[in-house]
Design a protein. Structure first.
Length: 152
């Protein structure tokens, strides 16, 4: 079934579900809800953030190694979803990433403001699973990187 064969309402529902995955991804990583983060992916998913993480176990292990001394805010805009069929979609969302690394991040309250760490976009493929829509692949493409920020 081609995208054009889907009823407009069904296409909108799929677009919204995939858009919500992108938003939930940002919320889960920024607020350290790593179990929820992992559940956003299909069992055999690929997450490529400069290193390839294949499958939920690898994604979970990577998130659990994330330092406590890091605070991030993933600001997503220009979220675009293209429905391929009733089981597959692809998308893109722009990312502006703010990151602060240091012991201050483990304490309540704001940390010193910094320029964005990076600006780029995510390229996604989505798949419908028994648990609902999930990321099949998510790849980060960085267009701009602040050389004064610490990479971790």
């Amino acid at each position: 079934m081609l995208e054009s064969d889907l009823a407009p309402l069904k296409r909108l529902i799929i677009e919204r579900a995939c858009e919500q995955l992108s938003i939930e991804y940002a919320r889960a990583v920024d607020f350290r809800d790593y179990e929820r983060f992992v559940e956003l992916f299909a069992d055999d998913a690929l997450l490529d953030l400069g290193m390839r993480l294949e499958g939920k176990d690898a994604i979970r292990a990577s998130m659990l190694m994330r330092p406590d001394e890091i605070r991030t805010r993933h600001v997503l805009t220009n979220i675009f979803i293209e429905v391929r069929d009733s089981q597959h979609a692809r998308g893109m969302s722009y990312l502006t990433l703010y990151r602060h690394v240091g012991v201050q991040t483990t304490k309540p309250g704001p940390v010193p403001s910094i320029l964005p760490t990076a600006v780029g976009h995510y390229e996604d493929s989505f798949i419908r699973t028994d648990a609902g829509w999930r990321f099949q692949t998510r790849t980060l493409h960085v267009a701009f990187r602040n050389p004064d920020t610490v990479k971790s």
